[in-house]
Design a protein around this ligand. Structure first.
Ligand code: NAD
Length: 359
């Protein structure tokens, strides 16, 4: 049972980064891995995706304790066709495995114009937009399909029983003289972690998000955290399900990883990701790409009668949240904080040391 909700803690970016590094240093991560993990988790919080921020620490420590997460691991090159790299993540910490996989894909795309990176068997790689942003910083367009091997929580369209996880998709679209457009979402109505955050805060989820164990609609996030558990629905009716299916095929099967085929047999959260990385410069379409993109953005955002609020681009809400949280701190609910402290204690960091961070 979650504790009654109180006011959220407000923690600065620097403090949260220090908390992540303290816990993972004690767990055994080297300096580089601690940095990559802190960058990733705290950036997810800053961008408003608390589902993929520091609240994931307890799940990662659970995997570690079960010997299902390997720290300080690098992806292993399995196949190199020139245009495509197949990489085995070997249950490594996803935030460093996917980072290294993207470095290899970016290098190849810059050399040959495009690259396919088929990453299999990585531990949870977090917020997928992070990888699209890494490519966009190098001027590269990228598309990422991801599947998840964990306890099934999402029902297919037309079904009532969970058969898959929240299979996310991300697309990174760099722009001329403007931050990149980042499309990044789960193919379920809500990311599972957002239901965890609602449960920890003691608030309801929107209509049409969940079914209870009997297959009846419910707004209670406990349906996913207290037995007998129910299911999350796909977004967009049949359309979300078709994209979720594509993630199983492209990320789960094609990468050399696994697709869902039954209840979880392990505690870990494994991600497989198929990334397609394209260099507009190498294609010779850079000038057209950049100017057509800006024309479309201008047209899409042209104010029109009755159009309020202003049309946003994918990635804009995250940037606005980041600006606000850099100024005012990152909200962390008390249950999530208690879970982080318990995870820290389990690897030898005292609650006094962790609570000292928040004063
Ligand atoms: P979401 O529903 O918040 O959608 C986010 C996307 O919609 C972003 O691209 C955002 O910029 C865009 N957006 C939101 N409001 C907008 C508006 N008004 N106008 C234009 N664009 C708008 O995302 P989600 O489904 O809750 O996913 C949250 C995170 O969870 C993502 O980062 C995803 O990668 C991650 N995730 C990871 C896994 C995993 O296994 N690693 C699984 C599921 C989800």
């Amino acid at each position: 049972m979650a504790l009654p909700s109180g006011q959220d803690l407000k923690i600065t970016e620097a403090t949260l980064r220090a908390v992540v590094k303290t816990i993972f240093k004690a767990a055994g991560s080297n300096e580089r891995e601690c940095e990559l993990l802190a960058d990733h988790l705290v950036e997810a919080n800053l961008k408003g995706h608390d589902s993929h921020g520091v609240g994931m620490i307890p799940a990662y420590i659970t995997s570690l304790k079960a010997n299902e997460l390997t720290l300080n691991h690098a992806p292993r090159l399995v196949t190199d066709t020139g245009g495509a790299l197949v990489l085995d993540g070997g249950n490594g910490l996803g935030q460093s495995i996917a980072h290294d996989a993207m470095v290899m894909g970016i290098e190849r795309a810059k050399k040959t114009g495009s690259a396919i990176v088929a990453l299999n068997n990585s531990h949870h790689i977090g917020r997928i937009g992070h990888w699209a942003e890494q490519c966009a910083r190098e001027g590269l367009v990228s598309i990422h399909f991801v599947n998840v091997i964990a306890e099934p929580v999402v029902a297919p369209f037309g079904g009532k029983v969970p058969k898959l996880v929240t299979n996310p998709i991300s697309i990174g679209i760099p722009r001329r003289d403007a931050p990149p457009v980042i499309v990044d979402f789960a193919t379920s109505k809500l990311a599972h972690g957002k239901i965890r955050v609602a449960y920890n805060k003691g608030v309801k989820v929107p209509d049409g998000t969940l079914l209870d164990a009997e297959g009846r609609p419910t707004n209670d996030p406990a349906a996913m955290f207290e037995a007998p558990t129910g299911a999350i629905l796909p977004f967009g009716e049949h359309k979300g399900w078709t994209l979720a299916f594509a993630c199983e095929a492209l990320a789960g099967a094609l990468t050399g990883g696994q697709a869902m085929k039954g209840p979880a047999t392990k505690k870990s959260i494994i991600n497989n990701m198929l990334s397609i990385i394209v260099s507009p410069e190498a294609l010779g379409t850079q000038a057209n790409y950049l100017s057509e993109l800006e024309s479309f953005v201008h047209w899409a955002q042209l104010p029109s009668e009755g159009q309020s609020p202003t049309v946003l681009l994918p990635g804009d809400p995250e940037r606005a949240t980041k600006a606000e949280r850099l100024d005012h701190g990152i909200p962390v609910d008390r249950n999530t904080w208690l879970q982080i402290v318990a995870a820290g204690q389990s690897v030898g960091v005292s609650d006094a040391e962790l609570n000292a961070y928040i004063g």
